[in-house]
Design a protein around this ligand. Structure first.
Ligand code: SF4
Length: 319
């Protein structure tokens, strides 16, 4: 059977999926990047290969996420695309005609506006931590509640408390203040969810025309409290797709399938990536005052790529 591999490597998580020719998910994996993107991709792809037990032949591979170029060299990708495009492609597959995508991941959040299947506008927040998965993880562990249960606490609330959500520091100190005033945990968590939605709408969503259908995806979409808070703020029902946490990887796999339809061959290096030694080194170029940090990428001792030089001086002629 033919399969299409999608890999999304961000600073917090590494998501890997394999789709079949009809776009159905054959395998998925969600791993912590833990500052080791090369090893995590190697091990993740090896494990997916084991899971598929030789029944799937990868016809094409796509990469996305902040480490998409590095990842493309590790796996031998046929297509490399930014997260906005990949999230939009995946969301359009699940809900054809989707017009708004709310995406909240571990470290950042985005809004993507589509009209007639085309991205017409987007915004990203990579600065404010409030509302991201990492912030919710922190608050859940501070309250000694498993993150999986966090949203359910919010659903039990009868009177959400107003929490200041303008930034993560305010939100945390206001939560502590409300705890000291004796409010119950359910109402504080529900209040936090409402504050995070207000924060998102006033920052990332500011000035955007938010029209239905609206998809809510990214790891934070697992939080039922946030889903409810978005529904109530937007006065509609947001759609959480079945594989909300790996939509970027799904988009990369769908784009890989398109690339395969055009090229009919793949650069994929195989599931046994663990056996290949990848090493990166860097040096500072002293060619001019830009002092670029040039990164070199080696596969089994052979230099296969360089990047980071603004003028192209260190570009590999053979690449
Ligand atoms: S790589 Fe080019 S732009 Fe960068 S420091 Fe060297 S000479 Fe200057």
């Amino acid at each position: 059977m033919k399969g299409f591999l999608g890999v999304d490597v961000g600073s917090v998580s590494t998501n890997i999926v394999v789709l079949d020719e009809s776009g159905q998910l054959l395998a998925e994996s969600y791993l912590r990047t833990s500052g080791r993107p090369i090893e995590v991709v190697q091990e993740g792809i090896y494990d997916i290969g084991q899971e598929l037990a030789g029944e799937v032949e990868i016809a094409a591979a796509g990469t996305t996420g902040s480490a998409r170029y590095l990842t493309s060299m590790i796996v031998g990708a046929d297509v490399v695309k930014n997260e906005i495009t990949c999230h939009a492609v995946a969301a359009s597959k699940v809900v054809p005609g989707v017009r708004t995508i709310i995406e909240i991941g571990g470290q950042d959040s985005k809004i993507i506006i589509l009209r007639h299947g085309v991205v017409t506008d987007f915004a990203m927040n990579t600065v404010c931590a409030a509302g991201t998965g990492s912030f919710l993880d922190q608050q859940a562990s501070r309250l000694l509640i498993p993150i999986e249960e966090f949203g359910n606490y919010a659903l039990k609330s009868k009177n959400p408390v107003r929490i200041a959500g303008r930034c993560a520091v305010f939100a945390e100190s206001d939560m502590i203040h409300k705890q000291q005033l004796g409010y119950n945990t359910e109402d504080i968590i529900a209040g936090l969810c409402e504050a995070l939605v207000r924060n998102y709408m006033n920052n990332v969503g500011k000035g955007k025309e938010i029209l239905e259908p609206i998809i809510f995806q990214g790891g934070v979409a697992a939080n039922a409290g946030l889903v409810q808070a978005f529904n109530s703020y937007l006065n509609t029902e947001v759609i959480v797709p079945p594989h909300y946490g790996v939509m970027g990887a799904i988009g990369a796999a769908l784009l890989a399938q398109e690339a395969y339809a055009k090229k009919g061959r793949t650069n994929f290096k195989g599931f046994s990536l663990r056996d290949i030694e990848f090493v990166t080194t860097s040096f500072e170029c002293k060619g001019c005052s830009n002092a670029c940090e040039v990164v070199q990428f080696f596969q089994n001792g052979e230099l296969i790529a360089r990047w980071g030089d603004r003028c192209g001086k260190w570009e590999l002629q053979t690449a």
